[in-house]
Design a protein around this ligand. Structure first.
Ligand SMILES: NC(=O)C1=CN([C@@H]2O[C@H](COP(=O)(O)OP(=O)(O)OC[C@H]3O[C@@H](n4cnc5c(N)ncnc54)[C@H](OP(=O)(O)O)[C@@H]3O)[C@@H](O)[C@H]2O)C=CC1
Ligand SMILES: CC(C)(CO)C(=O)C(=O)O
Length: 313
């Protein structure tokens, strides 16, 4: 298995896919961006530009970009970077293009996405993953990344065949060389739920109170609700048999307190834009899991009921 020159395909070139693919391509890797519409047309004509606040503009030109339907190669690594409501298309694409040696890595915020995909894709290797980044699409061909944070975790779930572990380990080095803080972790469920324990409470409370990052950084109802939601996720994790390697409340508060003012989660931005959102995967899912594992989730229930009344769930 050649792990020195990996071929990457990125499905979904928005905030996350644009940054992962853009950094990899900028470091000289072979990256194909699978996109659509005016964004695709702009990438094909003018390349992909990532505006960052910490290292200026990153420009990928020429940029290998095409419609997913036009991709007929077999990538070594396929990053799935669409929203949860785009997962059916991701599953169909993976079924068609992933080979026996392809690592498929979904980085979605919705905990458990890899297992959901794997169930529908026997014979493929779908890991689980998550990402810490703030990024969104600007105009066509443009990604905005206003914060420096960029960490990607991925790994095999317990019991999953890890025949491709050497390739997954090589990937970690390739990503690090591209300035992506990658972690090929031995406990992706722990690490993905740790990430979830931040983004879900921030998104849920942010929507419920209609606030952005600075409101979480001062004592009061917003911060207390955030802490309460983190604790509910933590209890659920314990009930699911996950052992965390850190205090989630302290970790999540530290992360929150370091944020610039005015930041929101991608779910909040989707709701603000009036389109579909990941509310079901990020909020309702915890209520369902709470019922399944007999863990009380009163704050999630309250916000879920509110979200249902708003038409979000
Ligand atoms: N953005 C962020 O800062 C973070 C996001 N996340 C999570 O990462 C996941 C991805 O989010 P994000 O990157 O923000 O999402 P975006 O909406 O920014 O990007 C998704 C992209 O996928 C494209 N897409 C969807 N379906 C197809 C298709 N069939 N063919 C081609 N392109 C397609 C969309 O195109 P179109 O616009 O045409 O629909 C869009 O450009 C989510 O689970 C999110 O919660 C996690 C951490 C941070
Ligand atoms: C935690 C956060 C806010 C940044 O990684 C995120 O995941 C999101 O915007 O969806």
């Amino acid at each position: 298995m050649n792990t020195t020159n990996l071929k990457f395909a990125i499905f979904g070139v928005g905030g996350t896919g644009g940054v992962i693919g853009g950094y990899l391509a900028n470091a000289g890797n072979d990256v194909t961006f699978l996109a659509r519409g005016a964004h695709l047309a702009a990438m094909q004509k003018d390349g992909l530009t990532i505006h960052t606040n910490h290292r200026g503009d990153i420009r990928i030109k020429p940029c290998k970009a095409m419609l997913a339907d036009d991709y007929h190669d077999t990538p070594d690594v396929l990053f799935i970077c669409v929203k949860y409501y785009g997962l059916d298309a991701a599953i169909a694409l993976t079924r068609r293009i992933a080979g026996p040696d392809t690592l498929v890595i979904p980085i979605l915020n919705v905990f458990g996405t890899g297992a959901v995909m794997q169930e529908k894709l026997p014979g493929k290797t779908v890991l689980d993953g998550c990402i810490y980044v703030f990024a969104k699409r600007g105009g066509p061909g443009i990604i905005e990344q206003p914060q420096e944070i960029l960490r990607v975790f991925y790994g095999f779930r317990p019991g999953q065949c890890d025949r491709l572990a050497p390739k997954a380990a090589a990937l970690e080095n390739i990503m690090r060389a591209a300035d992506i803080h990658a972690h090929f972790t031995e406990d992706i469920q722990r690490d993905a739920l740790t990430k979830f324990s931040f983004v879900s409470p921030m998104g849920a409370a942010g929507l419920y109170f209609g606030v952005t990052s600075e409101a979480f950084q001062v004592p009061g109802e917003v911060r207390e609700t955030f802490i309460g939601l983190v604790k509910e996720v933590e209890s659920l994790g314990h009930a699911m048999g996950i052992t965390f390697d850190r205090d989630l409340v302290a970790t999540d508060l530290r992360l929150m307190d370091a944020f610039a003012p005015g930041l929101t989660t991608s779910m909040q931005r989707d709701v603000a834009a009036g389109g579909p959102s990941e509310f079901k995967g990020l909020v309702s899912r915890i209520v369902e899991l709470g019922e399944k594992y007999h863990v009380p989730t009163p704050l999630y229930q309250k916000i879920n009921d509110w979200g249902k009344a708003q038409g979000l769930a």
